[in-house]
Design a protein. Structure first.
Length: 248
């Protein structure tokens, strides 16, 4: 996560028992890319304190319709077309007398029996037991409104928008993105301490690594804004999109 993430990625992966890591291009900017390409989301909530058996479906539908209309107008003001708006309905439910609730997704055509069954199943999955003969209480009506935004098309390294290949050298130093070895990207050696001793460790310039380049750790890959450390026992391979795929 962020530009510093690749420095610690393999060690964190080992702690988590994960044997593979993907380092995207420009890792320091990945969060910004996600922000710009994620669908907009607007959360709405209304207090709705009543037993589930007392709920009138027409009243519940009316409240959802009001919330959806307000959310649709807000997303329209944000520039989202009507066809790009979608909703996810849910209820906060609990057993009568409890102080904490669970959120349960509700479909537009769900009946009260189905909603209660979904809650019992969610409670069982969460706590390991349920009480299907106990009264269920509704606490809040929730609505998540989403506005779709255009998503970029990921292109292979060196590809142009029309599907061709760059030949003008404007590919971050990788020429046309053709496969090759890592030696042309090697920029030096450095003693680096791993485990209980120093290792003579090669340094690579990421912008010079071609598609298909592969080598074993230890190694360090440098780029503007980030440094990737490949610890002993891990290997690196550059995929067609320029991602660094680390594996143990």
């Amino acid at each position: 996560f962020g530009g510093a993430g690749p420095m610690h990625a393999t060690q964190i992966a080992e702690e988590l028992g994960t044997r593979s890591v993907l380092i995207p291009r420009y890792p320091g900017n990945l969060s910004a890319l996600g922000l710009l390409t994620s669908d907009l989301k607007l959360d709405s909530v209304r207090t709705f304190l009543t037993t589930l058996s007392s709920v009138r479906l027409d009243d519940l539908e009316r409240q959802y319709a009001e919330m959806e209309a307000a959310a649709r107008e807000q997303l329209r003001a944000d520039g989202v077309a009507a066809d790009d708006v979608y909703f996810v309905r849910s209820l906060d439910l609990r057993y009568l007398g409890q102080a904490y609730e669970l959120n349960v997704a509700v479909s537009a055509d769900a009946n009260l029996t189905a909603i209660a069954q979904l809650f019992h199943a969610r409670y069982l999955a969460t706590y390991g037991h349920s009480s299907e003969d106990q009264e269920v209480q509704a606490v809040n009506i929730r609505l998540a409104a989403f506005g779709r935004v255009p998503k970029p098309t990921l292109r292979p390294l060196g590809a142009t928008a029309d599907g061709g290949r760059r030949t003008d050298g404007a590919t971050g130093g990788r020429g046309d993105g053709a496969s090759g070895g890592p030696e042309t990207a090697k920029v030096g050696m450095r003693p680096v301490y791993f485990g209980d001793r120093f290792w003579e460790t090669p340094l690579y310039e990421r912008d010079l690594l071609p598609v298909g380049a592969r080598f074993d750790g230890p190694a360090i890959v440098e780029e503007a804004g980030a440094t990737t450390v490949i610890t002993p026992g891990w290997s690196l391979e550059v995929d067609e999109y320029g991602n660094l795929r680390l594996s143990a």
